[in-house]
Design a protein around this ligand. Sequence first.
Ligand code: ADP
Ligand code: MG
Length: 340
Amino acid sequence: MAMEEPVNEEKILVSVRVRPLNDKEKVKKDVSDWECVNKTVMYKNNQPDRTMSPSAYSFDRVFGCDSTTKQVYEQGAKEVALSVVNGINSTIFAYGQTSSGKTYTMNGITEFAVTDIYDHIERQSDREFVLKFSAMEIYNEVVKDLLSADNAQLRLLDDPEKGTIVEKLSEEVLTDRNHLEELLSICAAQRMIGETSLNETSSRSHQILRLTIESSAKEFQGIPSSGTLAATVNFVDLAGSERVAQALSAGARLKEGCHINRSLLTLGTVIRKLSKGRNGHIPYRDSKLTRILQNSLGGNARTTIICTMSPARSHVEQSKNTLFFASCAKEVTTNAKVNV
Ligand code: ADP
Ligand code: MG
């Protein structure tokens, strides 16, 4: 676009969801040590002489163990997801340790968002929409297509206009919402297979579900319309944060051969750097995940991060690491601009 648009600075929307104690935790007589009050999550068991970490953390939204995924969606993700129909790219992340509720939360959010997006589209009789869906998984810095039986590794290419593109990634043009539901269940099944056959794969892999929406005004009295809006919404179910969190808070650098997830570590570094202001080098190119999502992080997109955590005393260190990540993300600003 020739003219400079006024830029609307927005913070990343950061939510925390604390799940209920699960049966395994209950059997072990684990206890819930966290309490959610309004927008604050509080640790009830800080020993003043033993820890310097804060006992209360505030975010844009905090969801306690009795919250529903519908509430998390309505208050923590809906607006960001729906910005895609107005031509604004968006990303919804789920971050947290394995078994904290990322997939549970993200699957629900994706379903609700898809329903709302279709409802919105069906109400707009003056515009024509084309929806495309793709899905990928990043495991050990290898990108794979979740919609293809071919297990080939996909390459990332730099496009001067579009930024990073994933070469040969399948893109299905959607016929209707049932078609999308079908594709979502194929992706979920693919991930389930990964979970049982390859030990722990799903806790170490990132899943990106991507919906692209193109829209144009319908032809009016024989006059073709001009101006197409195109935007993408990404639903990102991240790998379990347990291995990376310690390294991040210690400020460690990633070494070759170390069993830390490069993409997750880089995401943490990118978020921390963005939170400290816009100056300086942001290492998007250091990992596949941050390269693929570069346009949705600190750029011109809307972003929301939902951090999930277990309430259990036995997981307190991981929960605090998650809250540390969430606190960094809270400071990040983005510029929401329409793609024309
Ligand atoms: P993750 O993807 O972070 O590893 P999951 O989403 O698979 O974790 O959740 C682990 C288990 O806990 C699953 O059995 C899931 O159904 C359950 N669970 C997660 N969050 C909730 C919640 N908010 N309410 C009830 N059950 C939950
Ligand atoms: Mg999961």
